[in-house]
Design a binder for this molecule. Structure first.
Ligand code: ATP
Ligand code: MG
Length: 449
């Protein structure tokens, strides 16, 4: 295969090692991606120099994973993760090596890596590829194949089967047959893997151009039932009506149709997972899924917490799921558009419309017409352009004015403010200080004030 172009600053980097009598290779994803012409975002390096020596060789070094021999060198605008050649000894828990041992050779270091396409090294000074496991041949055949015996390699680290799926999905490769067959025996090891490591791989699968390929591979190999059983529960749940697919295929197609945005993709994947738990069969044989968006949001919250997603992500994804059941038609009044916007929030409305389009594609089984959301889009833009009140912070009076009227701070004040907002959403003309004070005085007796 063609040797990838090596940026000159990496050659300079390797030169520092050579002058110290040490070796330095580019390893891992950068070699793989460089060989197939994929964009290389960051470079990892491997060296025979122990970490302490690497720290002495460079001025700006962060000891990011010093126990495992990894330091990050800040070099000419790049962060180069530099790891000392190592052997991994013993994996009694199927999660991480019990001990790593330095003083290994490049060949030993490549042999501990997971897949042949990830187990090559590039010598930046000689422009030479070191490829003892046939990584280039597998790149040409478009195969993800374990280095060595897949059964043993998966027993060492239960995350590797999911990584195989991740690389197959990102690269559009197949998983080599023996490697795929070994997944089944490693499922119990997958259960022991930390949430953070699972999340990283799942996020990468979801951000691929056809993420459903990864989910189908997970489903077929039994991984989905362990990592995301809430999805497996959607398999075979028929919906009828306009729907072409069962719930799980509907979610897969919606996911593939959604833009490459983490929150939209997570919402697309989970937006209907409450359907199995809410399905009712009516007398005429039609299925209903009353309030499934609420159950979907609650289940999604559980999944995202379990996988330790950041709270901001959890909040937005569950919000999008809760709001996904809206049905616009031109009979909506301006007040209805304002109430919709107030409920969804102007910050989230673009994502919600994107989710709707993806959902429609998942129902129809062919790409939904992007113009279908235009009429609502235009109404929303018109409301936003008028800059009318859509939230409590936009009201002409606030808590201190109500307090001056004798409303105690607390839940009652909250309810009065909510009523004022309802009034203003119906009729923006009411949003003046005098008018809102008058209305507030009118409703205070209702709360015993
Ligand atoms: P990406 O481009 O997504 O970063 P990558 O191949 O660099 O892909 P990383 O997870 O960053 O993947 O790991 C860097 C390298 O370290 C891999 O290419 C592989 O050689 C090795 N590696 C990472 N995780 C494992 C693992 N669990 N078992 C064995 N080798 C691993
Ligand atoms: Mg990497």
């Amino acid at each position: 295969m063609r040797i990838p172009l090596i940026p000159s600053e990496l050659k300079d980097f390797a030169q520092v090692f050579r002058r110290a009598g040490r070796q330095c290779y580019i390893v891992g994803g950068a070699v793989r991606d460089g060989l197939i012409g994929r964009l290389v975002a960051d470079y990892d390096a491997a060296t025979d120099a122990p970490p302490e020596e690497v720290m002495r060789l460079f001025r700006r070094v962060v000891p990011t994973g010093i126990k495992h021999g990894t330091v990050t060198v800040l070099w000419k605008g790049r962060n180069i993760e530099t790891t000392t050649f190592r052997r991994d000894l013993g994996y009694s828990d199927g999660r991480r090596p019990d001990k790593v041992e330095f003083g290994a050779s490049l060949e030993e270091d490549l042999a501990r890596r997971d897949f042949t396409i990830n187990a090559m090294a590039l010598d930046p000074l000689e422009s030479r590829i070191i490829d003892p496991h046939g990584g280039q041949a597998d790149l040409e055949r478009r195969l993800v194949r374990a280095v060595g015996d897949p059964v043993l390699r998966f027993a060492e680290d239960g995350l590797r089967p999911l990584r195989a799926v991740r690389f197959a999905t990102q690269l559009g490769f197949e998983i080599e047959a023996a490697t795929f067959a070994a997944v089944n025996g490693a499922l119990s090891r997958l259960k022991a893997v930390s949430a953070e490591r699972l999340r990283e791989e799942i996020e990468k699968i979801l951000m691929a151009s056809e993420p459903s390929r990864g989910l189908r591979l997970m489903e077929e190999s039994g991984m989905l039932a362990i990592v995301l059983p809430e999805l497996t529960a959607c398999r075979g749940v028929e919906q009828r009506g306009l729907h072409r697919f069962d719930v799980l295929d509907h979610l897969y197609v919606s996911l593939d149709a959604s833009p490459r945005d983490r929150e939209i993709r997570l919402a697309a994947l989970f937006h209907d997972i409450g359907k199995p738990g809410t399905r009712r069969r009516e007398d005429d044989g039609v299925f209903t899924f009353h309030r499934h968006e609420e159950l979907s949001a609650r289940l999604a919250e559980g999944i995202l917490k379990r996988l330790r997603f950041p709270n901001a992500v959890i909040d937005e994804v569950t919000h999008l799921i809760r709001q996904h059941m809206f049905f616009y038609d031109e009979s909506w009044s301006d007040a209805a558009v304002r109430r919709f916007l107030a409920r969804v929030g102007t910050d989230h409305v673009d994502k919600l419309l994107a989710l709707r389009l993806a959902d429609s594609t998942g129902i129809l089984g062919h790409p939904a017409d992007p113009r279908s959301i235009e009429p609502l889009r235009r109404r929303i833009d018109a409301v936003i352009a008028k800059d009318e009140a859509l939230g409590l912070k936009d009201l002409a009076i606030g808590g201190s004015e109500l307090a001056a009227l004798g409303v105690p701070r607390g839940p009652v004040m909250g309810r009065i403010l909510a009523e004022l907002l309802e009034t203003v959403l119906d009729d923006p003309e009411q949003n003046t200080k005098e008018q809102l004070l008058r209305i507030a005085r009118g409703i205070m007796p209702k709360y015993g004030l």
